[in-house]
Design a protein around this ligand. Sequence first.
Ligand code: AGP
Length: 624
Amino acid sequence: MCGIVGYVGDRQAWPIILEGLQRLEYRGYDSAGIAVVDAEGVMQVRKTVGKVDGLATANGKGMPPAPLHGNMGLGHTRWATHGRPSFDNGHPHTDCRGRIAVVHNGIVENFTSLKARLQDAGHEFVSETDTEVIPHIIEEGMDQGLCFEEAFLRMGRIVQGSQAITATCQDCQDTIWAMRLGHAGGIVVAHQDGQGIVGSDLPAMLPILRQSGVGGKVGFLDSGETAQVTREGVKYRDLDGRFIDKRLQAVSPEDVLIDKGGYRHFMLKEIYEQPQVVASVLRNRVNFQHGKVDLAEMPFTEEEVKSFQRVVLIGCGTSLHAAQVGRYLVEQLGGLPAEAESASEFRYRDPFLDEHTLVVSIAQSGETADTVAAMEMVRSTGARLVTICNVEGSQTTRLAEGALYMRSGIEIGVASTKTFIASLTVLSLLGAYLGQTRGFLSAEEVRRLVDELAQCPRLMGDMLTDTSQYQRLARRFNGYQNFLYLGRGINASIAMEGALKLKEISYIHAEGYAAGEMKHGPIALIDQRMATLAVVPRNSLYDKMVGNILEVKARDGMVLALATEGDKEIVSQVDEVLYMPGCGELLSPMLATIPMQLLAYHIAVLRGCDVDQPRNLAKSVTVE
Ligand code: AGP
């Protein structure tokens, strides 16, 4: 969602902040802005509605155009929550006198009462945002005689809700302050060669970290922590101003580098990375020689694993679909009852959880507000908690007892692709690990699964060798306004994921259904204007799926089947066929996903959509 960059040093702040914002574009946003303290010591602000590129020619109201000149500033990409995308609602926000600039991720939950109180005291507001109360509260503190630092800390004790805040003041001696409250939105800080940089996540730091060629050390703020960043260094404090001994983490430029690697879009690059991602997930977790799974990251003793009576998997969006596939894997490999649920629903139930329940949260970003909140609720129950995540040090990894990393490298495309495949791979390992440890699977069964997993990268690579058929199919299907995706068993959730991919990047209406549900309602929609994608691999539910396909054809629906290589029977039943390699039923979701991704991608490209940054979506959904 929103992105933050702040810089102080000897170089011009504008190009550094601008590059940082460009590197955060993948998070999703709808307006952008930069504030710089100019050579005369005056705070200047420029904003644009739409893309960051618009800042190059952005005017302030009645001010000269960008770029701004000065050595300290803040930048922001805003994803609208309170108030539509507009110049006035864009960040940075300022106080009445325009001396203090603030950028902010998250929500000030008590902003209505704060705004009313501040307005009564004479403060003038120009936006509809919750954020704007922040510079006015700081201003109020300074009007009461506090220095900026004291006023900033006071503000942190007044605002309620989860948020990340970065602020500066034209009268404050080249200093940027950053604060993290709760879990919505991260703040990372680095200092190197007389320069300080603050970002909402690591890519924002690249303009500084790549300078040395070796990266640097960064500090991730925890909730209730602040950073005071100057040319001289960084001071970490809590909200009462007490110094904190912050543990810094080393990062290399590669950790933060974002590059399309010759592909037209990040999403396409990330789809092509999937074979390597599977190999990376398996590395050191599978003993191919002995046919065993070794999940050393699992934070439980063998006795504890044996004591589990139930597994609950939670996530949102694509991660929920991974959880749903995981339910099958845990039941069939781990031999445990399993449930999957949306984290956004789970957090508001009063679910039955105890120390014999293992909860598995899934979140590529590790910052999804609903998932984080659900995990906090789980912690209070005594249930055991692990997370599957792609971002080291993120919220979910801190909340869980252990983290099973996706090892996918940074995913830029807002539509999750490689992290979904990574989640499925981790879940296969988790299922096998549970079954192996609990004695549910025989050594031979584990070996067979390990052998199948070992083949996945090659099979996926084969599927990605010639993708010309997707371009042809995209031309045939891109004019449809409605799609139904059908699947059964472990592939019902893959149908849902396929529909989600199509709708989020092409804006075509698409629904994913367990095929058995079709005749309970969706069948009413079927006519020649409805396209149906049927996931119909050769497995125990093949005949049932063919039955559903015939029901669609009987109503003049157009059917594209995703079938197993060598299935000739299906050709006469449908309009088009895509093939995937044959594999064991439990691993079929991993292979079936690739055609869904490629079809959605090529349709979206043909429709001229912004594939990597679809409208209204964000990479990390840090608000509820
Ligand atoms: C996936 O393509 C979507 N962008 C979205 O549904 C996403 O999966 C969801 O917001 C959850 O994200 P997380 O994995 O970071 O928790």
